[in-house]
Design a protein around this ligand. Structure first.
Ligand code: PMP
Length: 351
């Protein structure tokens, strides 16, 4: 017996690289544009002498701004330090049973890390060959379900009908729908929180609101589930969100026009990028996200990934079964994407 036996050991999640040098960074699905000018103003006006006090543990201003924006009640909104924190709290709160929770074999790889760290039994369900999800696979006994829609890294967006079938058939477990990328397209399951007691929708300000560095995520759900989430949050750390994040998040939520502007720009660049990638010999499932998960007809993904790095262009490569022939390319500015296409042309010609 040693102290080692008492230590919680886990294999951690591996985030995408954050290179110290200035590179074209298309590897972690960040927004290529800055946050709303209202965020700049609010942070400039922030009086640091307030930092001697604890922040509002209920995050009232931020919660209200999110509730207002989506026409929900504040009691139906939960906020956290990025949707990673929100999802982690959801795992801790809703998956306390003994039956295995279910999620696809190819999805956000943090799910199995949270399951491991919280000792939650889980079973992964293989997606179809083309990365589609089959709702029939989720009609088995389980202790909870997690589905990213649109999915990452595949980019596949499932119709609401399929998501609803899963929620409806699993009234004895909580179904989490991770909508990190929903603002770029796809059908939200948000209206289903009025119809079902067992659904939680998670979202983030990291992608479509250009605030990955501020760490703000949120969830919608029936009041009862949000109360359970808050009870667990207040049992771990009451003050999750710092004052600047609360203020900046509220401003980002209020600036609807700016949000729509940068989202539309990303979507337009994505559509143009689809054409360019096709011309270069890539195939991919249609993406309604801020990234494209593409496979080249001839050249291995790992080779392209490494060569792109030599050109100071970072995309994401997953050395994992079923997806090690794909690259996940985040949508940058038009100029950044042009640099990518130029580099790809050279790399593919030489390969
Ligand atoms: N869900 C999915 C599917 C993601 O891809 C990400 C981004 N890594 C997250 C959640 C977490 O994002 P954040 O913590 O920045 O909100």
């Amino acid at each position: 017996m040693s102290f080692e036996d008492n230590i919680r050991k886990v294999v951690p999640y591996t985030p995408g690289e954050q290179p110290k040098r200035k590179v074209i960074k298309l590897n972690t699905n960040e927004c290529p544009y800055p946050p709303s000018p209202k965020v700049f103003n609010a942070l400039e006006d922030f009086d640091a002498s307030h930092l001697r006090l604890y922040p509002d543990p209920e995050c009232t201003g931020l919660v209200n701004s999110i509730a207002d924006y989506y026409g929900r009640k504040p009691e139906e909104v939960f906020v956290g330090v990025g949707s990673d924190d929100v999802l982690s709290m959801c795992f801790l709160t809703f998956f306390a049973g003994k039956k295995p929770i279910l999620f696809p074999d190819i999805t956000y790889s943090f799910y199995e890390v949270w399951a491991d760290v919280y000792r939650i039994p889980y079973k992964t369900i293989p997606l179809k060959e083309n990365f589609d999800l089959d709702d029939e696979d989720y009609m088995i006994e389980n202790g909870g379900i997690v589905i990213a829609n649109p999915n990452a890294p595949t980019g596949v967006s499932e119709p609401l009908e399929k998501i609803e079938k899963i929620i409806k058939a699993n009234h004895d477990s909580v179904v989490i729908v991770d909508e990190a990328y929903i603002d770029f397209g796809g059908e939200t399951a948000l209206p289903l929180i009025d119809k079902y007691e067992n659904v939680i929708i998670t979202r983030t300000m990291s992608k479509s609101r250009a605030m990955a560095g501020m760490r703000i995520g949120y969830a919608f759900g029936p009041e009862k589930l949000i109360k359970y989430l808050n009870d667990v949050k207040f049992s771990v750390n009451s003050y999750t969100m710092n004052m600047p994040a609360l203020i900046a998040g509220e401003e980002a939520m209020l600036d609807k026009r700016y949000f729509e502007q940068i989202r539309d720009k990303v979507v337009a660049t994505r559509e143009r990028s689809k054409d360019m990638l096709k011309k270069l010999g890539f195939t991919f499932r249609d993406s309604k996200t801020n990234f494209i998960f593409a496979k080249h007809e001839r050249v291995p993904a790992k080779y392209i990934f490494e060569k792109l790095k030599e050109h100071d262009i970072y995309v994401r490569y997953f050395n994992k079964p079923r997806i090690d022939d794909h690259l996940r390319i985040s949508i940058g500015t038009d100029e950044e994407m042009d640099e990518l296409f130029k580099a790809l042309e050279t790399i593919l010609q030489e390969a």
